[in-house]
Design a protein around this ligand. Structure first.
Ligand SMILES: [Zn+2]
Length: 370
C-alpha cells in the first residue's frame, strides 16, 4: 500500500515538474486535471487575454461561460476555504482549494448561498474536499456573462491553468488579420508607396492582428504563442533574415519581477502592475481598437510583435532596426522583404500570414551626407 502511494506521489511529482516546461504544442496539451464544469461550457477569456474594463489589464485566470446555477466541481483533492470579497461589487465569492503539492485553485463568481456547507461561514476553517466534489453553483448576478473564473497559483504566483487542465478539442486555427507597420513607439503608420508595398525606414514596430476561437465559444480569444520571421526577397540581396518568438503566454509579462502578494486577497497589486505592460504588447489606436468588453463577442487584438525579444518586453528598445549598419554596410539593404507571422493555439493549430514590404533607407542617409 505504502509503496503504491510513494509511486503515485512520484508520478504526480514528475507530471507536475514536466508540465510548465514541456512543449505543449507538439503534444497538443498534456494537462490531466478535469474541468470544473461538465459540458457544455465555453471559454470566454483566457489566462493572458487583455481586458479593457475597468482599465486595460491581463486576465490571470480562465473564464468558463456557463448557464447560471451550473454545478462547479473541484478539479483536485485539497483543503478548501471560503473566498469572500468583503465588498463583493464584482461578485467575487467562491472557494480556494489548497492542494498538498503547493498548487492553489481559485473558483470565483459562485452563488454565496450555494457554497458547500462544509465550509463554515463563521470560523472560515478549512475542510477537506475530493476531486469531483461539488463546491457550489455559478452565480447569476452577471446576466450578460455568467461564468466561473478559475485561477491557478503555484508558489504564490498565478500560472496558466490551460497547461494543467485536460486539452480541449479545438480544430479551429488562429487567424491573422491585418499586419501594420509603425514608426517605433509611435502612432505614425508607414504607408504603401508607389509599388503598393508598405515603405519601411528607420526603427519599425510590426503590429499584427491575431485572434483565435475555441468552439463552441463565440468569443474571439487570444493565441497561445506568436512567432514572426523576416526574409529578403531580392535575389541579389546580401541581407540575412531573422526570426523572433516574441510571445508565449505561459507566464504573464513582467510577473517574475513583481513582489509576491501575501495572500490571494492581494491579487489587485498584480493587476495594477501588469496593466502597465498592456500597452507594450497591445496596440490601441483610432483605427486599431481592442474591444474586450464582456458583452462584445468580436474582440480585436493587435500585438506589437517587435516589442518583445524572446519574451523580454520593452516599448522603448523593441523595434526592427531597418537602417542598422555593420562596418559601414547596411544589414538590411534597401529592397523587398517578406514578413511572415505565425500564431498557435493550445491545441497546436497554426495560423500564418505573410506581407511584403519595401525597405528604403539609403536615399535619406545619402541626402544627409551631402
Ligand atoms: Zn475572469
Amino acid at each position: 500500500m505504502r509503496k503504491l502511494f510513494i509511486i503515485k506521489t512520484l508520478l504526480c511529482f514528475l507530471l507536475l515538474v514536466s508540465l510548465p516546461s514541456g512543449d505543449f504544442l507538439a503534444a497538443g496539451g498534456k494537462g490531466n486535471y478535469p474541468w470544473p464544469i461538465k459540458a457544455p461550457f465555453a471559454i470566454g477569456n483566457l489566462y493572458h487575454t487583455v481586458l479593457t474594463e475597468p482599465y486595460p489589464y491581463f486576465h490571470h485566470g480562465v473564464d468558463l461561460l456557463a448557464r447560471p446555477f451550473t454545478n462547479v466541481y473541484s478539479v483536485s483533492d485539497g483543503d478548501a476555504q471560503l473566498f469572500l470579497d468583503p465588498d463583493d461589487t464584482n461578485h467575487r465569492s467562491g472557494v480556494v482549494v489548497y492542494e498538498d503539492n503547493g498548487l492553489v485553485w481559485l473558483y470565483l463568481h459562485l452563488k454565496p448561498s450555494s457554497i458547500t456547507t462544509k465550509l463554515d461561514w463563521m470560523s472560515n476553517r478549512r475542510a477537506r474536499v475530493k476531486r469531483g466534489e461539488l463546491l457550489g453553483i455559478v452565480a447569476g448576478q452577471i446576466p450578460t456573462f455568467p461564468h466561473l473564473h478559475l485561477e491557478l497559483w503555484n508558489y504564490h504566483r498565478p500560472v496558466n491553468p490551460m497547461l494543467y487542465l485536460k486539452p480541449l478539442k479545438d480544430t479551429k486555427k488562429p487567424e491573422i488579420g491585418r499586419i501594420h507597420f509603425y514608426k517605433n513607439n509611435s502612432d505614425e503608420r508607414m504607408k504603401p508607396g508607389t509599388a503598393g508595398l508598405p515603405v519601411l525606414y528607420g526603427d519599425v514596430d510590426i503590429v499584427a492582428e491575431v485572434r483565435d476561437w475555441i468552439p463552441p465559444s463565440p468569443y474571439t480569444l487570444t493565441p497561445y504563442r506568436i512567432d514572426y520571421r523576416v526574409e529578403p526577397l531580392d535575389e541579389d540581396s546580401e541581407a540575412r533574415g531573422f526570426r523572433n518568438r516574441p510571445y508565449r503566454f505561459d507566464t504573464l509579462p513582467g510577473l517574475d519581477k513583481l513582489p509576491m502578494p501575501r495572500n490571494y486577497w492581494g491579487i489587485d497589486p498584480y493587476l495594477l502592475e501588469l496593466k502597465g505592460k498592456v500597452f507594450s504588447i497591445f496596440k490601441f489606436s483610432s483605427d486599431s481598437q481592442t474591444y474586450s468588453h464582456f458583452t462584445r463577442r468580436k474582440r480585436r487584438y493587435f500585438y506589437i510583435l517587435t516589442n518583445s525579444m524572446k519574451g523580454k518586453i520593452s516599448e522603448e528598445k523593441g523595434y526592427w532596426n531597418t537602417d542598422r549598419k555593420r562596418r559601414g554596410k547596411a544589414v538590411y539593404p534597401d529592397g523587398r522583404y517578406r514578413i511572415t507571422v505565425s500564431a498557435y493555439d493550445y491545441a497546436g493549430n497554426k495560423g500564418e500570414k505573410s506581407v511584403d514590404v519595401l525597405v528604403e533607407n539609403e536615399e535619406s542617409s545619402s541626402e544627409s551626407d551631402d
